[in-house]
Write a protein that binds this ligand. Sequence first.
Ligand code: BGP
Length: 468
Amino acid sequence: MIKTLPQDFIFGGATAAYQAEGATQEDGKGPVAWDNYLKENYWYRADPASDFYHKYPVDLQLAEEFGVNGIRVSIAWSRIFPSGFGEVNPKGVAFYHQLFEECHKHGVEPFVTLHHFDTPEILHSNGDFLNRENVEHFVNYAKFCFEEFPEVNYWTTFNEIGPIGDGQYMVGKFPPGIKYDFGRLFQSHHNMMVAHAKTINYFKKNNINGEIGIVHALPMKYPKEPNNSEDVRACELEDIIFNKFILDATYKGKYSEHTMAGVNHILSVNGGQLDLREEDFIALSAAKDLNDFLGINYYMSDWMEAFDGETEITHNGRGEKGSSKYQIKGVGRRAMDVDVPRNDWDWIIYPQGLYDQMMRVKRDYPNYKKIYITENGLGYKDEFVNNTVKDDARIDYVKQHLEAISDAIADGVNVQGYFIWSLMDVFSWSNGYEKRYGLFYVDFDTQERYPKKSAYWYKDVANSHKII
Ligand code: BGP
C-alpha cells in the first residue's frame, strides 16, 4: 500500500552557510576556525563550495520548480559580526535580507539556523563554547538577529550540539582537533544547551515573531545481542553520550539520574570533570517547555557491543568502506559485523531507527510539541552522465525514511516536515566534495546545477503527498 504524508507537510531541502555559500573572504566576512583547519588537515577548501552566496536565486528557482516549499539555511555568524561581537557588518546583514526575500518570493519558507558549526575564529580560539563568555556572545548575536530579521518565521539556535562535541573533542575531525576528551565533550554539550536555553527564554519573554527550536542529530543505538547485558550496557552508554544528555537538557531542563550516572561512569574511566552550575539549571528548566519544535537529523543507527580495551576512533573520510572504527574505553564498540546495509563512509542505513527514535521522543519527552526531520539523505559518489545522475539508491533511501515518518505519524507522533540533506550538492565537513547528497548536482567548476533523478521523484512526492 502506498503511504502518504499530511497535506500541510513541508517538503524541504537543507543547506548550511559554510558548506554552501563559499565567498569566505567576501563583503567583510570574518574568519572562522574551519578556514585554516581545512588548509592544514584536508584536501579541499570552503571556496567555492556551491557559491550559494551568489547562486541562491538559481537554487530557490529550482526549489520552487521541484515542489520544495521549505529550505534550511544558516546565518554565518561571522558575516554579521566578523569578530563574533561588537561591530556589525552591514553587507552581511543585507545579504541575509536579500536571501530571505528571495525565499519568500518563491514560496520556499526559510528555516533559519543561527549556528551551524561555524563559530567565528576569535571566539573559537578563545575556547569556543567551553568558554562561558562565548555563551553570552552567542545570545547577543541571536538577539541582534531576532530584531534585525522579523521576516523569519522559524528559528533554530544550534545545529547538532552532539556531533559538534564529538567532532571537536572525541574524533578530532573538527577544529580544534582534540581527541578522546570526555570532559570537554560533555562540557561543550552542556554549555551549548545553556546558550540555547538562554536564547529561547529571551525569545519567548520578548514575544519575538515566529517559532523557535533546536536541531539535534539523533542516531539510534541498539545492542548487538539484546540478551547480552554487557551489549545492552554499551548501548545505554552510547545513547547517553549521543542522545539522552542533550535531550534531557532540552526537555527536562536537567539530567536524569540515569543519564548522570552514565556520564559519571564514563568520566571516572576516562578522566575529566564538569562545571555544572545552579544558574545553568535555572535557565535550562525555564526553557524546557518553550521549544516550539524539535529538529531531528537522522542518517544512521549503530549496533553496540561490549568492549574491554583502549579508546580508538578512526574516521573514514574518503569513503573507503570498512575503514572506520569507533570504540570507547568503559563504554563499548560499534559493531562492524551486523547484517545491515551501509554506505561507503560506513554509515548504517536503517530507516526503522528513525521511526524508533521518534517514538522514543514521544514516549520519554512528551512535552516535545512537534518534530521536523531537518536532515536526512544519502551520501554517495554520484556518477554524472548525460547531464544528470541516476541516483536510484538515494531515492530508495529517502523513500524508506519518508515511509518511517508516515508510520510514526500514524502512531501519534506530530511530524510536520522533512528536509532532505541536501537541496543541492555541498561539500561535506570532513569528507570533501566527493560525498554528495543533493537533489541538484553541482558542477563545482562551472557552478551549473543539474536536477538528478531524485529531484524529479521528490517533486512527484511533494505534489501528490504520496510516497511512490
Ligand atoms: C550533519 C550536518 C550537515 C551535513 C550532514 C552530512 O551532521 O548537520 O552539515 O554535513 O551531517 O554529514 P557529512 O557531511 O559528514 O556526510
